[in-house]
Design a binder for this molecule. Sequence first.
Ligand SMILES: N[C@@H](CCC[C@H](N)C(=O)O)C(=O)O
Length: 283
Amino acid sequence: MKFTKMHGLGNSYIYIDLFKETIAEESMPKLAIQLADKNRGIGSDGMILIGPSDVAKVSMRVFNNDGSEAMNCGNGLRCVAKFAYEHGYVNEMVFTIETKGGLVEATVHPDEANQVPTVTVNMGKPRLSRSEIPMIGAAVDQVINETIDLGEVSVDVTAVSMGNPHAVIFTEDIHSIPLMQVGPSLEKHERFPEWVNVEYVQVLKEDELQFRVWERGTGITQACGTGACAAVVASVLNGHSPRNQEVTVHLLGGDLFITWLDNGEVLMNGAAETIFEGEWVIK
Ligand SMILES: N[C@@H](CCC[C@H](N)C(=O)O)C(=O)O
């Protein structure tokens, strides 16, 4: 089975082209775990399937490295758009991608060699009501700076769904955050019945954020595209950043440029790179 390893700011996945390959539905979670294993597999944050769609130009399915399936992946979307354009599955520079979290629109920015170094994705509107996250709690519908007790520490969480759930915590100092402690305990906290991605955010300026993530189903990664979008939405909701203005988010693996438009949609712009292609022998 042929594969391509790609990354968006160091958030790497093994991409399989379902226009050409076939994988049985029931073997997908196990395959994601095998491919992602850095000792016995290829090594990645998970597996992404690129395939045909009835409602869009291409479809994307995302599996974390623990085999769980996610509804969306921002860094994955930019890589899928690059892959689809460079492999001739789309000829337009603006096209739609189907995800389990809904339809999104990608715009590729090809260079002189018709290769795609960067992509802008319209990620659609964030979902902000408690039931859409989903998150268990009091009657208040939007979760803005709600305190959750984790035993030894408590955190103030702003909850945003970008098709997948995010819990954003603001900090004064990104270099002293207890991510290894808070990440896993908040990820599977009983208040989040579908678990949650955990992000710490330091506001440097109204249009500049520092960002670290503990991803649901994966752990610490270099970058999370949906998480960066959620961070900017949370920053606007908390009065730290303006609406309709581009915000630079510094992730461990590089920068993303995010705008929460007045019409409610979130734009994400950033890099997408191919690392290598190969063939996986199915055992
Ligand atoms: N790395 C991704 C998000 C991948 C899925 C996430 N771990 C989840 O389970 O929701 C991104 O770039 O958005």
